[in-house]
Ligand binder design. Structure first.
Ligand code: BGC
Length: 744
């Protein structure tokens, strides 16, 4: 973005800023036949489109940043919601409301530069929700933040990040759903469906293969069609079919030589021809590079001006239409897709209104989500849960006296009560670093009123070790802030490894609570007694952590991402593009194809630190009677789970599959899972239908999913490396079209 040109560009596009307005009430009307709610959204979109002028159509396809942005001489429209990500004017005379867009995945965000922050409820990070392996929980969280968006005056949420965590150092892994396409697609899809249950639109993003932040604006991702369909694109495909999102956001990066927002492969072939998806494609903020190419390949709405160099879809598009380079029919299609989604998702019939929010109820929703997303990685001699009788507890590090960490960038939600630890660097984009004022120390004190609980901030390992030595148990909080726009080393910052080592040397009864965006290295893992990964646990995180430590909540999260032992185990031990500027184009070659995460570790027989799917509980589960029935079209797997421990708990049963004859990219794939809650002593028969695409290999020439006839192992396990039972089933050959979707 070249700054000097902006004022002129803003003037050139001023026309499109004409104010929109609130819609008239949704009713039958001959004057406005598109308000007839008995018509389907396609018919309604066609009716209103027929009454629109070219200027009005163009207004719908061009979005502005929702916040004043002095570095680019930009002032948001009066009608925009200050502090928000975006605004697209409405068409008041036709009853079409503006689109008020807000980030995103964990709640209603405020853009960092905005003066007044909207203080809202934040869920735990996306990866924590994925760690619950529970689509119902993801739906509930989505429904809650969608209701806050609605009550804050937003009708478009830019949530739904489903980029595969192919790169564990990606600074945005905390926003995504992990490394497996079935798990990520299922969880993110449910989350978006929950958001949209509020009569608002959500996106699925960032389409596609936007798997690292280093050089994200210009990196060229090289990946072949078939492996892409079986990894990153499958995650999108599943999320889209589960969520029915109104919109998809195309990404910053290039894929196989074309920018995502002008890629005929992504936008025309995959989305429209193969998946037959009816919604509209919006660009990421600053991801557009052309007018004619972008419009003709399938971008429907340019977002967030002035983040792009040019208002490509304003005056330049008008000129391109005049020159015959973009057809008026294509403009109609762009506007029609946007209108269709607005009708389909209730934006016209249920206009948003700013109103009250029940923060007390929402605090409970996010607390229980944090409890359900936490993963107990290690629990030697059952050091956890802590007994309420524990007398001396040392709490060390991680600002645990003041609050819990959150991830940075455009998705940043600001909490009620403000930042608990202000002033940490970076204080501006992609910061500030925000701690939510939900103090683990205060919550732990409330749970153990008779214990003596001391806090040491952890900056001096020797002092922390002295405190640990005189305590019955030491709990070290080890944090890593990660954010959009950067990638991060997997080594904990600020010498926290040395702190943990010093503490565990002083007291072997040491438990580490990790607040991280994704996997980190743990050179001390063998020596500490307990490890609890709570990710970024959201605005009730302190209470959730205390409940988990004392056993008022029983951990049930399982890893949605592999934790490597070190970087040498990764497909790319060194990240591509580090230190390169925008004028230094580079490619990242995803040569590992669909061998993402555990599939890579399994194929190479590498021993991870903690495998995909791993997670402990305070109770024990037992599996029995695994059966697989391939009689009908689908493979149905059933088994019994028993809770044979002494506490109520939730098990995550995972079904992996593998052809006996081999021939896949990896020894096994996740093909189904179930989250089952059981009282102590209780047992339940569980049945899971496998997604046939996980039993297939995608064939590019025929554009089909092909299941080869033969024997398949069906494995039931507690993780990808802990398989309890295996049965074999014989499958006939089966072919599914590229756009196959399950009937639910
Ligand atoms: C991010 C998107 C976000 C948009 C609007 C971009 O920087 O990549 O995820 O929705 O900004 O804030």
């Amino acid at each position: 973005m070249r700054k000097g040109r902006l004022a002129a560009l803003a003037a050139a596009t001023a026309l499109a800023l004409a104010p929109g307005g609130q819609p008239a009430s949704a009713q039958r009307s001959t004057a406005r036949p598109w308000m007839d709610t008995s018509l389907d959204p396609d018919a309604r979109a066609a009716l209103v489109l027929a009454r629109m002028t070219r200027d009005e159509k163009m207004r719908l396809i061009f979005g502005y940043f929702g916040t004043d942005f002095p570095p680019r001489d930009f002032r948001a429209a009066a009608e925009a919601r200050q502090g928000s990500a975006g605004y697209v004017p409405g068409i008041a005379r036709l009853g079409i409301p503006p689109q008020w867009q807000t980030d995103a995945g964990i709640g209603v965000a405020t853009q960092g530069g905005a003066r007044d922050k909207r203080e809202r409820t934040a869920l735990p990070s996306g990866i924590a929700t994925a760690a619950s392996w529970d689509p119902e929980l993801a739906w509930r969280g989505g429904a809650m933040i969608g209701s806050e968006a609605r009550s804050s005056g937003f009708n478009v949420m830019l949530a739904g990040g489903v980029n595969l965590s192919r790169e564990p150092r990606n600074g945005r892994n905390f926003e995504y759903g992990g490394e497996d396409p079935l798990l990520a697609g299922t969880i993110v899809g449910a989350h978006v469906a929950g958001i949209q249950s509020n009569h608002i639109i959500s996106t699925i993003k960032h389409f596609a293969v936007n798997d690292q932040e280093t050089g994200r604006d210009w990196v060229n991702v090289v990946i072949e069609d078939a492996p892409a369909r079986m990894s990153d694109l499958l995650a999108f495909q599943i999320a889209i079919e589960r969520a029915d999102p109104g919109s998809i956001m195309c990404a910053y990066n290039q894929v196989n030589g074309a920018f995502s927002c002008e890629s005929p492969y992504l936008l025309t072939q995959v989305l429209r021809q193969d998946w037959n998806w009816p919604g509209y494609v919006m660009s990421d903020w600053g991801a557009v590079h052309s007018t004619v190419q972008a419009a003709n390949t399938g971008l429907d709405q340019q977002s967030g001006f002035p983040f792009d160099d040019q208002p490509y879809f304003a005056a330049p598009l008008r000129q391109a239409i005049a020159r015959g380079e973009v057809s008026p029919r294509r403009l109609d299609e762009m506007a029609r897709r946007i209108l269709r989604s607005m009708f389909a998702h209730g934006l016209v019939d249920h206009p948003v209104e700013i109103g009250p929010i029940d923060f007390a109820v929402h605090a409970e929703v996010t607390r229980s989500a944090a409890e359900r997303g936490a993963v107990l990685l290690k629990n030697r001699d059952r050091i956890l849960p802590l007994s309420p009788e524990t007398r001396r507890i040392a709490l060390i590090g991680g600002h645990a006296d003041r609050g819990v960490l959150s991830g940075g960038g455009s998705s940043q939600v600001y909490p009620i009560g403000g930042n608990a630890v202000p002033g940490l660097e970076p204080t501006s984009w992609p910061g500030p670093i925000v701690y939510y004022p939900s103090s683990p120390l205060a919550a732990i004190r409330a749970q153990a009123p008779n214990a003596s609980i001391s806090f040491d901030e952890g900056s001096d390992p020797a002092a922390a070790a002295r405190l640990a030595a005189e305590s019955d148990v030491a709990i070290v909080f080890a944090n890593q802030w990660t954010s959009e726009s950067r990638d991060f080393s997997m080594t904990l910052p600020d010498d926290q490894d040395a702190l943990v080592e010093a503490v565990v040397r002083a007291n072997p009864r040491t438990v580490v609570v990790l607040q991280t965006g994704g996997p980190v290295l743990m050179p001390w893992a063998e020596r500490v007694a307990g490890i609890l990964e709570v990710w970024y646990p959201g605005t009730s995180g302190g209470e959730a952590i205390a409940n988990l430590l004392f056993g008022h909540a029983n951990p049930s999260g399982h890893l949605p991402i592999t934790f490597p032992r070190d970087e040498s185990q990764l497909p790319r031990p060194v990240l591509d593009g580090v230190g390169l500027g925008e004028d230094q184009p580079f490619s990242v070659n995803y040569h590992e194809g669909a061998q993402v995460g555990y599939r890579w570790f399994d194929a190479r027989e590498l021993e991870p630190l903690f495998p995909f799917g791993h997670g402990l509980s305070y109770t024990d589960f037992d599996y029995a009677r695994l059966r697989a029935d391939a009689g009908g079209e689908e493979v149905r797997v059933s088994f019994r789970i028993e809770n044979d421990g002494r506490r109520a708990g939730r098990d995550i049963a995972q079904i992996y599959v593998s052809p006996v004859a081999g021939g896949w990219e990896a020894p096994k794939r996740l093909a189904g899972f179930a989250s089952v809650e059981l009282e102590p002593g209780a047992e339940r028969e569980v049945s899971v239908t496998l997604d046939p695409r996980l039993l297939a290999v995608y064939d590019s020439p025929s554009r089909e999913w092909r299941i080869a006839a033969g024997e398949y192992r069906i494995m039931l396990g507690e993780s990808s490396r802990d398989i309890a039972e295996t049965v074999t089933v014989t499958l006939p050959e089966r072919r599914l079209p590229v756009g196959w979707r399950p009937t639910r």
